[in-house]
Design a protein around this ligand. Structure first.
Ligand code: HEC
Length: 107
């Protein structure tokens, strides 16, 4: 019985650890630092940037971006996509935090 309770507590702690792993608040700070200049505070692309890159930048809150899987978003952030270079300022767990923030931009 004691062993069972111990296992349950470990499982609970592990569960809490998973939910704390992606921190939208920390993600916002990282986003403001590494993404906002191009993607805007609320995910609406900076028009001057889009013009400079000569590319259509989808709003990060748009359905097109929000339907991307977490793996796809991760790939864009860590490897870049088209005209966007990989983000060197956001690595490791911060990538999940930023994705959590991007999810919060959903319109
Ligand atoms: C220097 C400007 C710049 C920065 C900084 C930047 N991006 Fe981008 N991002 C772009 C451009 C330009 C595109 C469009 C790429 C293309 O389609 O060629 C893009 C595309 C995207 C897309 C795919 C949506 C689309 O328009 O196709 C996502 C998601 C995205 N960026 C997320 C991020 C996140 C998250 C960060 C911060 C970690 C970030 N970007 C930092 C310029 C930037």
């Amino acid at each position: 019985m004691k062993k069972l309770i111990g296992t349950a507590i470990i499982a609970l702690l592990a569960g809490a650890g998973i939910s704390a792993a992606a921190d939208a608040k920390a993600g916002q700070a990282a986003y403001d630092k590494s993404c906002k200049s191009c993607h805007g505070a609320d995910g609406t692309a900076n028009a001057a940037m889009a013009k400079m890159f000569k590319v259509e930048m989808k709003g990060l809150g748009s359905a097109e971006v929000q339907t991307l899987s977490t793996a796809e978003l991760k790939k864009i952030i860590t490897e870049g996509k088209g005209k966007m270079k990989a983000s060197t300022g956001v690595t490791g767990p911060a990538v999940d935090d930023v994705i959590a923030h991007v999810r919060s931009l959903k319109k």
